[in-house]
Design a protein around this ligand. Structure first.
Ligand SMILES: CC(C)(COP(=O)(O)OP(=O)(O)OC[C@H]1O[C@@H](n2cnc3c(N)ncnc32)[C@H](O)[C@@H]1OP(=O)(O)O)[C@@H](O)C(=O)NCCC(=O)NCCS
Length: 383
């Protein structure tokens, strides 16, 4: 066969290719650091709020008091979903994964917003803020719809507390709010990952912010990206107890299966986000009196580091986040929508940043097929 391979550099999956400049976030995979606009993630996780971090990612600095008030009032100006969308979510969650419902919700909101045909920076910013403001109510409504429960509309202005109240129908404790807020901050941005890249590819065509976020949600859905925490928890529940960890992991590795919640394209050391979540997973397990799942996770971590630590395989953020969300009362199918609830700020900030110096993404593929020219044979004569 004659092939058409071209003489050009080739990076499978774009690995290692630098395709954009950014001032938003830096993943230092060698030293295990995650930096948002110069701040270490540990510092923000301890002291900041999700809204403040979103402002930081979007506008490049921590807000003053009045900037913060102005920002949160824009987020909360129109932060509920209507009955029509709730009905759609009820239908979607009967047949498909909540991520499909979330993708549909964002696409629906774009279709209903008459400003989504305006593509200037101010319109893109307004769309992003409106969508982000609605996100807690969308994800909480998916949670309610999935459980066959009615929608709850809270007037609580705080992003985290509103989401928890609308999900469970009661005010969260201070500790629950702190844990969940920390998880949101830790997941807000993470370099040029697949979903962020998808949102940027879409916005680079001068499409609208709803479409960019819809693309991002579609790519976050997969188990190699956002779906890993659901699968990691499922695996831990199958292992069941610390003493089974060694045997089960050895069998999985023997079959060349990937252990969900381990390894990372960029981090070759312990993921700093996993370190913080591990602490909260332990504290929640102790508080709720269910420590076996956490102890199983710790044992799996020990076994994996023993076996694959030399290859740079360590727990990533998804390994402990599932335990945290389960302890807070969420069904595992909600874990990836919760990831999106946080990552919307990174998708929005990076797409918005990219638009300021836009260039259409258009990589090439290496053609390995027949170059012909072949002669067309009518269908009746083909065998
Ligand atoms: C994230 C991921 C796709 C990165 O893959 P990658 O960049 O190809 O990983 P590496 O090149 O560092 O892998 C090095 C080696 O470790 C193995 N490895 C990587 N992650 C592994 C895992 N989770 N379980 C078992 N083996 C793993 C690879 O197969 C490779 O083995 P080899 O040397 O025999 O070829 C991969 O680690 C993975 O699938 N992890 C599980 C899914 C997950 O948790 N995703 C969430 C990421 S935040």
């Amino acid at each position: 066969m004659i092939t058409g391979s071209q003489n050009t550099d080739y990076a499978r999956g774009l690995e290692g290719v630098v395709a954009a400049e950014t001032r938003i976030g830096f993943v230092d995979g060698i030293n295990g650091r995650l930096v948002y606009r110069g701040y270490n993630i540990e510092e923000l996780a301890e002291s900041s709020t999700f809204e403040e971090v979103s402002y930081l990612l979007l506008y490049g600095k921590l807000p003053t008091k009045s900037e913060f008030t102005n920002f949160t009032s824009k987020l909360n100006a129109d932060n509920q979903i209507n009955d029509q969308l709730f009905k759609i979510l009820q239908e979607c969650t009967k047949s498909s994964h909540p991520m499909s419902a979330l993708r549909t919700a964002v696409s629906y909101l774009g279709a209903m917003d008459k400003n989504s045909n305006k593509f200037d920076l101010a319109a893109q910013e307004a769309m992003g803020l409106k969508l982000m403001g609605k996100f807690p109510s969308i994800v909480a409504a998916i949670n309610r719809a999935q459980q066959g429960k009615p929608i709850i509309r809270s007037t609580e202005p705080n992003y985290t507390a509103r989401f928890l109240e609308e999900s469970f129908g009661k005010k969260p404790t201070e500790f629950e709010t702190k844990v969940f807020r920390t998880a949101l901050i830790l997941h807000a941005d993470h370099g040029m990952n697949a979903s962020t890249f998808a949102s940027m590819v879409t916005i680079s065509t001068l499409s609208d912010m709803y479409s960019a976020v819809t693309s991002a949600i579609a790519s976050l859905k997969g188990p190699l990206h956002g779906g890993a925490n659901e699968q990691a928890l499922d695996m831990l529940e199958r292992i069941g107890t610390p003493k089974n960890a060694d045997k089960v992991i050895a069998e999985m590795l023997e079959k060349k299966e990937k252990i969900m919640g381990f390894g990372h394209r960029v981090y070759k050391v312990y993921d700093p986000r996993a370190k913080i979540l591990k602490g909260y997973a332990k504290k929640l397990a102790e508080d709720k009196g269910h420590t076996e799942l956490f102890e199983t996770a710790e044992e799996v971590e020990k076994v994996m580091i023993n076996k694959l630590g030399t290859k740079g395989i360590f727990p990533n953020v998804d390994f402990y986040s599932g335990i945290v969300y389960k302890s807070l009362g969420f069904d595992p199918t909600l874990f990836t929508p919760i990831f999106a609830l946080s990552r919307i700020s990174g998708w929005f900030a990076r797409s918005f940043e990219y638009l300021h110096d836009n260039r259409l993404f258009r990589p090439r593929s290496m053609y390995k097929g027949e170059v012909g020219p072949l002669k067309y044979i009518p269908i009746a004569d083909r065998r």
